[in-house]
Design a protein around this ligand. Structure first.
Ligand SMILES: *[C@@H]1O[C@H](CO)[C@@H](O)[C@H](O)[C@H]1NC(C)=O
Ligand SMILES: *[C@@H]1O[C@H](CO)[C@@H](O)[C@H](O)[C@H]1NC(C)=O
Ligand SMILES: *[C@@H]1O[C@H](CO)[C@@H](O)[C@H](O)[C@H]1NC(C)=O
Length: 278
């Protein structure tokens, strides 16, 4: 007796479990009728469309308030880092083997292409030693020329090997572009070799000066053809300096820009290694 009762109960259980998925008597699927399901799906469809619409609307309103020419948030002008070309912090080459330093020379040559004097004939005449302020008026800012010839022996024009062949390599330095930066004072680059006896260096333009007329920079879109000022340093290495790894440190000096931050080794300075073999 007991066993048949159990069976009946079991059967009922199974059928009620099946009913909870699909009940043929009421036509309910998972406890809801088809029309109830349709309503609930409709509700969620409308609800999510509304959310997506809200999102798109707020995004659109926010984008309307942005200006392509002026960055929106500028609470503080950041400090620029210093970078070198060729783009390597470890410049090692055999001065007797032109294949060996070809990549450095090619890199410098292609980097300087847009500094060709002929490319800059239409640039503005700027007054050396003064910021070139262009806050009012035109959306597109004028550009001060930086002529390749001002790099003299490091321009790649008179010496197409940039000194690598004679073992007195040129390195180009530039500050990162910072929108709105106006360095106080007269910025110049000073490089030193960490070594017992000092290494002679030649700077181009003279004294490694960075003219104030290249500041401020107005941003990628407003200042599209901006010429970043460069300083070239030619390391006048001698035979005694060959086959040694020399650590060269260059800093931006003469300004309020930071160049001795302990946490950031590239803020206003850069250290690279040079090794020449013959
Ligand atoms: C540098 O290149 C020259 C010419 O190819 C070669 O004779 C010399 O051994 C090279 N020096 C070193 C240190 O590899
Ligand atoms: C830049 O000048 C160099 C040397 O005079 C020349 O070889 C090169 O073709 C010029 N590049 C452009 C883009 O005018
Ligand atoms: C360049 O830096 C060295 C080492 O810090 C210093 O002795 C020298 O006076 C500096 N030269 C100039 C022109 O600032």
């Amino acid at each position: 007796m007991a066993s048949t009762e159990d069976k009946a109960a079991n059967k009922e259980n199974v059928s009620s479990w099946k009913d909870s998925i699909y009940n043929p008597r009421t036509g309910e699927l998972l406890g809801r009728t088809a029309s109830s399901w349709a309503l609930i799906l409709l509700f969620y469809l409308v609800f999510y469309c509304f959310l997506a619409g809200m999102f798109a609307l707020t995004m659109w309103v926010m984008l309307l308030t942005l200006d392509d020419y002026v960055p929106r948030y500028r609470d503080r002008v950041p400090e620029p880092g210093l970078v070198i070309r060729p783009n390597s912090l470890d410049i090692t080459f055999n001065k007797s083997d032109s294949k060996n330093y070809r990549t450095y020379v090619n890199h410098l040559e292609s980097f300087l292409q847009r500094y060709n004097d002929s490319m800059q004939e239409n640039n503005a005449d700027c007054i050396p030693g003064e910021y070139y302020m262009q806050d009012g008026g035109e959306m597109t800012k004028k550009v001060c020329p930086f002529r390749r010839t001002s790099l003299s022996l490091c321009s790649g024009l008179s010496d197409t090997d940039f000194g690598y062949q004679e073992g007195k390599p040129c390195v180009l330095l530039k500050m990162n572009r910072i929108i709105g930066l106006k360095p106080i004072g007269d910025p110049y680059i000073n490089c030193t070799v960490k070594k017992d006896h000092p290494v002679q260096m030649h700077y181009f333009p003279s004294e490694g000066r960075i003219d104030k007329m290249y500041f401020p920079y107005y941003g990628k879109k407003a200042h599209e053809n901006y010429m970043q000022p460069l300083v070239a340093v030619k390391l006048l290495l001698t035979k005694e300096d060959y086959n040694k790894e020399l650590a060269v440190e260059c800093r931006v000096e003469g300004t309020n820009l930071r160049n001795n931050d302990e946490r950031d080794k590239f803020l206003g300075r850069v250290t690279f290694r040079v090794k020449v073999v013959e």
